[in-house]
Ligand binder design. Sequence first.
Ligand SMILES: Cc1cc2nc3c(=O)[nH]c(=O)nc-3n(C[C@H](O)[C@H](O)[C@H](O)COP(=O)(O)OP(=O)(O)OC[C@H]3O[C@@H](n4cnc5c(N)ncnc54)[C@H](O)[C@@H]3O)c2cc1C
Length: 468
Amino acid sequence: MSERKTVAVIGAGIFGLSMAIALKDRGYEVTVFDRSQYDANGYDPAADDVQAASVDHNKIFRASYGKKVHYQHLAFESCEAWVSEDEKHGSGLFVNSGMLRVQPSEHLGALEKETLANMQRDGLRDTQFVKGDPADCERADKLGWKDKILNFEIPDSSGKSYEAVLDSTAGFIRCSLACAHYQKVAVDKGIKFYFGPQGAVTSLIKTTSSLEPGKEKITGLETESGLIHHADSVIVAAGSFSTQILPDLSYHLESSAGSLAIFKIEKSDTELWNKYSPERFPVMTWKSMPRDLSGKDTGSIYVLPRTPEGLIKIGYRGIKWTNFKPAPQGTPFTQDGQWSVPLPVDECSVIPEPAIYAIKQFVSIFLPEFDGTPFFSTKLCWYTDSLDNSFVIDHVPDYAEGSVFVCTGGSGHGAKFLPILGEHAADIFQNGDQTSSFMRKFWRWRPDVARRNGLEEGPGGPRDISHR
Ligand SMILES: Cc1cc2nc3c(=O)[nH]c(=O)nc-3n(C[C@H](O)[C@H](O)[C@H](O)COP(=O)(O)OP(=O)(O)OC[C@H]3O[C@@H](n4cnc5c(N)ncnc54)[C@H](O)[C@@H]3O)c2cc1C
C-alpha cells in the first residue's frame, strides 16, 4: 500500500519503539518523538516526568487467552523472540517465573476450562499444572515446577483451598529494562530520537490532498520547542494520550487507570527476600467472585515476584478508573461532550479507596506477611482501552494518501508483544489488506464495532474517578 520513505513516530513506548525498529528494518527513514526525557532517565519508573504504561518494573507475560487463540499464538511468537534476544544479549528481559492462576473457589472457573481446552488443542496442555490434579502435580514435581503450585486457604471455609493452575510458559517482562534495551537497538540501527520539549508533539500539520480531493493529509508535526518536522507518514503511538493527538481516535479508545500498590522488602530480610524471588514465587493472578459478602469488589488482582530492588507490585484491575473532562470542540465522538483522559502525572500517586480495600483483602489471603504493612508506594497507571480489547493498528481512512497510521490501543495486554508487534504492524502499514499478518482483521480501523468493554459507560458511571 505505502511506498513512503520518511516516517515520524509519536511515542517511544513499547508500541512506538517496536514499530519504529520494524520500519527501519524495511528501509524507512524513521524519526521518533517522545515528550519524556528517556535519554536522561533511561525509562526509570520513578522518574518525575514519565507517564507511560510501558515504563514500569515489570508486566505479565502470558499466552493463556481463553477463546482468543490468535493472541495465544502471537504470545508464543513473542516468547520465542524474547528468549532469542536474551540469549543474544544476556539481557534478562523475559523471566519465566511461571504464573499461578488462582481460581475464585476450590473448583476450576469457566474461562480456565476454556484456556486449558485451547492449550490441549494446541498440544500445550503439558505446560499447565492443575493443583487438584494428581497427575499434573506429579509431572510438575518431575519438571521442577511443583514448589510454585502454591496452596492458599479460602477464608471462612473450614479448611478448603483455592484451586489453581500453574502456567509454566508464563512469567514477566522487565518492562523498563526492555524499553531501554530496544531504544538502544533503535539508535544503533540509525533511528533518530527527539525527547523532552523537542519531542513533545503539540499538533499535526495538515494540508489538502491534491491526489484525493476533498480529503486532508498529514504532512508532519510540530513540537513544544517549535520544531517542525515533515514526514511522508506520521504514526501515532502515544498510548493513552493518542486521542489527544489525533481526536479521530475518540470513538475507538478510552484512557482508564489501573491501580498499583508496591511493598518493599529489604535484602537483609533474607526469608522474605528469598520467598518472593522469581526463582521461588510465580506471578499470581486471582479473579475472585465479583463481590465479597459485604458487596465490595475484591476480584481481579495480580502480584509479581519481587524486583532486584526488592519491590513487590500488586495490581488491581477490578475497576479501571475513568477521568472524564470536556473534550475539545470538534472531537468526533464524545459522551455528554466529554472524554476520558489521563490525570496529570502529579495526581497519579494516590489510588481510590475501593482499590485499596481490594488489594488489602488480597494481601490478607495471599501475602500474609504484608497484612497491615503500609504500601511503599501507590500509582495510577493509564490503559489505552479499545472497544473490544484488541489493538488498533491501521491507516486512518479519513486522511488522504495513507498519511496517518495508528499503532496503539494496548488495552492492558500489549507489553508482552514488544519484540514482534512492530513486525506485524509494519507489514500492515506497508501492505494493508494484503498483509501476511494474521492479526490484520483484529487490529483494523473498526468504526462498525459497538463500543463495549466498559467504553459505553461514559461520565457518571461506576468507574468515574471523580466519584471516588
Ligand atoms: C496497569 C497496567 C497493567 C498492565 N499490565 C500488563 C501486563 O501485565 N502485560 C502486558 O503485556 N501488558 C500490560 N499492560 C499493557 C501495556 O503496558 C501497554 O499495552 C503498553 O505498555 C502500551 O505501550 P504504548 O507504547 O502504546 O503506550 P505508552 O507506554 O503509554 O507510551 C506512549 C508514549 O507516548 C508518549 N507521549 C504521549 N503524549 C505525547 C506527545 N504529545 N508527544 C510525544 N510523546 C508523547 C509518552 O511519553 C509515552 O512514552 C498494562 C497496562 C497498564 C496500564
